[in-house]
Design a binder for this molecule. Structure first.
Ligand code: HEC
Ligand code: HEC
Ligand code: HEC
Length: 124
């Protein structure tokens, strides 16, 4: 099963299934959003702002939507680095988005205030 837009972006149980369905159904929603902005620079600026907001929200709700599919205790990273980072994550209570930003969309640099919040915990 692959994650659809609504799985990551709509709080579980908050909206009727039909709405999630519509969002999931419009596969090109992301593209449509992009094309609404005639000037690429405008969209780029807007996108950065949106990305930052989504991350802050996930920080605040402890990556709730990620956890609806992923059971933290059950994740077994294949490589050593992942295993170490996940041990650290659990010990220091770093939430998923603290490390797994830029996972599905085009890259957006994290803002300082976000990094400040996770960096403290990630530094060994
Ligand atoms: C696996 C979870 C996941 C899925 C699936 C997902 N997103 Fe996102 N989305 C994120 C996260 C996390 C961010 C915050 C930016 C980042 O780190 O990538 C984000 C950011 C965004 C943004 C802000 C702009 C940007 O590019 O960062 C928009 C708009 C967005 N998502 C829409 C969508 C749409 C539409 C879909 C379905 C086509 C979708 N997302 C699927 C997790 C997801
Ligand atoms: C609808 C269920 C679902 C949701 C919600 C979801 N995931 Fe996943 N995720 C999966 C599945 C299934 C896989 C494995 C298949 C694949 O790689 O596509 C996966 C793979 C991954 C991987 C490893 C593969 C890769 O691309 O590197 C990471 C890391 C990950 N998810 C993190 C997250 C984070 C962080 C969130 C929240 C922003 C999230 N997931 C939300 C179902 C989900
Ligand atoms: C401290 C940083 C950190 C945190 C917090 C973190 N991860 Fe990871 N995760 C990693 C790293 C690093 C990897 C390995 C990536 C690689 O080797 O390419 C990884 C790998 C994964 C994988 C792929 C496992 C595999 O190797 O097949 C999944 C799925 C995943 N993480 C989900 C999550 C979820 C869900 C959360 C929150 C409950 C989370 N991670 C929190 C750093 C983190």
């Amino acid at each position: 099963m692959q994650a659809g837009c609504a799985d990551c972006h709509i709080p579980e149980g908050l909206l009727p299934a039909t709405l999630s369905h519509i969002i999931d159904g419009s596969r090109d929603l992301y593209g449509e959003l992009t094309n609404d902005y005639q000037q690429p620079e405008l969209w780029q600026a807007r996108r950065t702002e949106l990305a930052w907001r989504v991350r802050d929200k996930m920080l605040a709700d402890d990556s709730r939507n990620c956890r609806s599919c992923h059971n933290e205790d059950a994740i077994r990273a294949q490589r050593k680095r992942g295993q170490r980072q996940h041990e650290l994550a659990q010990r220091e209570k770093v939430t998923c988005i603290g490390c797994h930003f830029n996972l599905v969309h085009e890259e957006v640099k994290p803002r300082e205030s976000f990094l400040d919040k996770v960096r403290i915990d990630i530094q060994p």
